[in-house]
Design a protein around this ligand. Structure first.
Ligand SMILES: CC(C)=CCC/C(C)=C/CC/C(C)=C/COP(=O)(O)OP(=O)(O)O
Length: 305
């Protein structure tokens, strides 16, 4: 960070961004590779978005009883409203004191047109998780994916800047859906162990699967049916990547690099799952660090598209 950049912001704001960048370093094992490709001011803003979204997501997935998590999500909604009040100058910025993520988010939203309302949709999605929502159809699942990941795409777009507003928003939403579908396939077993099933009932029926677990935590469905189900969902996710990646030409070079790195890493994760469904159904598939670094380098040099 240059001296002039440091001087532009009060020390507590600089420290707040440092906190968010730490969250990205420690938690964003995939998306962090993309965020780090942004120029410093936009990287800080993306880190603030990530840190707030991470906090909301962690509440949704947390170990506390459902009523406690609902209460915490409600508080997150209240905090989001406080950020908006501060931005609209209806509340004093001291209301954000002691909350580095909110402080950074308010600063970022003062600099870039970040559609903060999208966070309220993300919170809605996490609330439906806590309520133990099940998805009957693929369209139902899509709505959830748009709530919890399409929103993050639209929030990121506020930092990126873009040509063609409506088209860009739709494409960012699609890319978010692609990521979430990948995430769901990667975490089928982990989610099931936590009592959550995201795959639509209509698809489970189509492949004759129940996702029931035996006493050792293994799926009781025949492996071949589960593998066909994974292959079917992977093919769907590919179509969402193809659609969402049409966003790249609407972005500047660094924002396109950031998006291409995120998509490159998550798309390779999807292909790993599709190649080895047995592995994905028994463990958490990930990419080696070196491969993620290669994808990020390719994205920065414009090779990854
Ligand atoms: C235009 C644009 C940039 C669109 C992308 C939007 C985006 C980054 C959506 C994130 C959705 C998602 C699968 C989050 C999981 O995060 P996680 O931190 O839990 O992921 P991990 O478990 O793989 O590390």
């Amino acid at each position: 960070m240059t001296v002039s950049e440091t001087c532009e912001r009060p020390e507590w704001v600089v420290e707040a961004y440092r906190h968010c960048e730490r969250v990205v370093r420690e938690e964003a094992r995939n998306f962090g590779y993309g965020i780090r490709l942004m120029p410093a001011p936009k990287r800080r803003a993306m880190s603030a978005i990530y840190a707030f979204a991470r906090g909301v997501d962690d509440i949704g997935d947390g170990p506390e009883p459902a009523c406690v998590r609902m209460d915490l999500l409600d508080r997150a909604r209240g905090r989001l409203e406080t950020v908006q009040e501060v931005l609209w100058r209806r509340a004093d910025s001291r209301a954000l004191e002691g909350h580095p993520v909110l402080t950074a988010l308010a600063d970022a939203a003062g600099r870039y047109p970040i559609p903060l309302d999208a966070f309220a949709e993300l919170i809605d999605g996490c609330e439906s998780d806590v309520r133990g929502a099940a998805y009957e159809t693929f369209d139902d699942l899509l709505r959830y994916c748009q709530q919890v990941a399409g929103t993050v795409g639209r929030l990121s777009l506020g930092v990126f800047g873009y040509d063609g507003r409506q088209r860009a928003e739709g494409l960012a939403d699609s890319l978010g859906v692609a990521f979430q579908l990948t995430n769901i396939l990667r975490d089928v077993r982990e989610d099931r162990l936590a009592g959550r099933v995201y795959l639509p009932a209509e698809d489970l029926d189509r492949f004759g699967c129940t996702l029931e677990l035996d006493e050792t935590g293994e799926f009781v469905d025949p492996a071949s049916r589960l593998h066909d189900l994974v292959a079917f969902q992977a093919e769907r996710a590919r179509a969402w990547y193809a659609e969402g990646l049409r966003l790249l030409p609407l972005l500047d070079r660094r924002s396109a690099a950031c998006t291409a790195a995120m998509a490159g890493i998550y798309r390779r994760l999807l292909e790993r799952i599709a190649e080895s469904p047995a592995l994905a159904l028994t463990s958490r598939v990930s990419l080696p660090t070196w491969q993620k670094a290669v994808v990020a380098a390719r994205a920065l040099t414009g090779v990854e598209r």
